[in-house]
Ligand binder design. Sequence first.
Ligand code: ADP
Ligand code: MG
Length: 468
Amino acid sequence: MKLDVDVLRYLTKEDFRVLTAVEMGMRNHEIVPAELVERIAALKHGGTYKVMKNLLKHKLLHHDASKYDGFRLTYLGYDFLAIKTLVNRGVFSAVGRQLGVGKESDIFEVATEDGTVMAMKLHRLGRTSFRAVKSKRDYLKHRSSFNWLYLSHLAALREFSFMKALEEHGFPVPNAVDCNRHCVIMSLVPGYPLVQVKQLENPEIVFNTIIGLVVRLTEHGLIHCDFNEFNIMIDDDEKITMIDFPQMVSVSHRNAQMYFDRDVECVFKFFSKRFNMSFHECTADIDGTAVDTDDSGRPSFTSIAKDTGFLDKELSASGFTRKDQEEIAKFIEGGIKKVASSDDEDTEDDEHISVLNEANTMGVDSLHVADQTLQHDEQVEPEGNVRTCEAGPSSEPENEDGSNEEGDNETVTNDNDAELEKRLNKVRRRAVTAARGGRKTFASRNTYKDKGGKSSNSSKIQRQLSSW
Ligand code: ADP
Ligand code: MG
């Protein structure tokens, strides 16, 4: 995905204010009606529509009139909000070349003023093909709406929490620096993914270290669930670093044994194929500790002593609620199963395209007014503590008492704006009619269209170093 950070330079305070207003609107709306954006942004001299036009031009917003007229943030818009927050915090000041493209993420170099280079991972759940959607069908079926940005935020928060916890427990992982929305900043890992390595000086040692990590994770109550040559980095001294853990599960998961065996199998298969290894002599003594193995030398899940409370403890320590956990767990389940059945053919794609479309559009009947207004003279970006994750747009943002936890700089007003209510009711009625009566759409006061086609996906990799 193209990340033209130069655009950031030209975005004004008003642009960010409106972008943030759409983000806030998305806490209650899959598509945010223009009137609501205007109301939340509350620009002093009006002009929200002009700003939205600019944001559409740069593909930071997407205009959607399929069921009712409104806007949503694109991944690029979400990227910019996260990047701006992190730059304001002084975490980094420049974005450089793209380091990697994961299944559901993009990784870029970022640099601080003093030239320290780090890695920035932008989570992009929902980006993969219809095959992925197929595997997530069960998850989507039970929801009236969902929000990829919110799920990406949860994935980032989860990954950041694990990275910090694993680092504290002495695992070879990148240093977790900061996290905001769907973005994780971590230290740059020297070396390359193991999949790119054709030869090793000491394959047995590397193999034992890697299997030792799987076992040690299990002792800590965790299973990686995607432990393979793509997620293991190795440097010139053959030192290993594990990456990519938003999908880890607890050893008390009902399929824990299967996930454990699958992780082990991936490593065995890779070393057998790539380095022609046989394993009997390697696994008797893993990572300095004797581990029970089966006849083929594979470590046995049941014989490992496990700390089952680790995962819950670490997640709740980093502000991950049980509800967040359940939310992302359902999604992760889909993802994990997908890995297991990645040889499936896409025979039912049409069906899944419609699942995606349906799920992407919130039921219009549930459209309701959210009386949110940004406090006018405050900065758009709330400044949070460094090293804490902040909430992203949520489909269910409110506390049980209906209150809304916002940053210090945002104020939720509950003034009964009859005029706004009336206008929104009108939008709602037209939306319901349009949804019931077929595909008829309607133009609001805003007639801007995203002419750039679907989102701003581009396979081109931007190679630049831009700073602010
Ligand atoms: P995904 O979850 O999408 O698979 P990963 O975390 O595995 O994403 O990252 C994808 C690729 O990006 C990796 O294979 C690696 O090449 C690169 N990468 C990720 N994190 C770092 C890092 N901290 N330092 C250097 N390269 C990284
Ligand atoms: Mg990966």
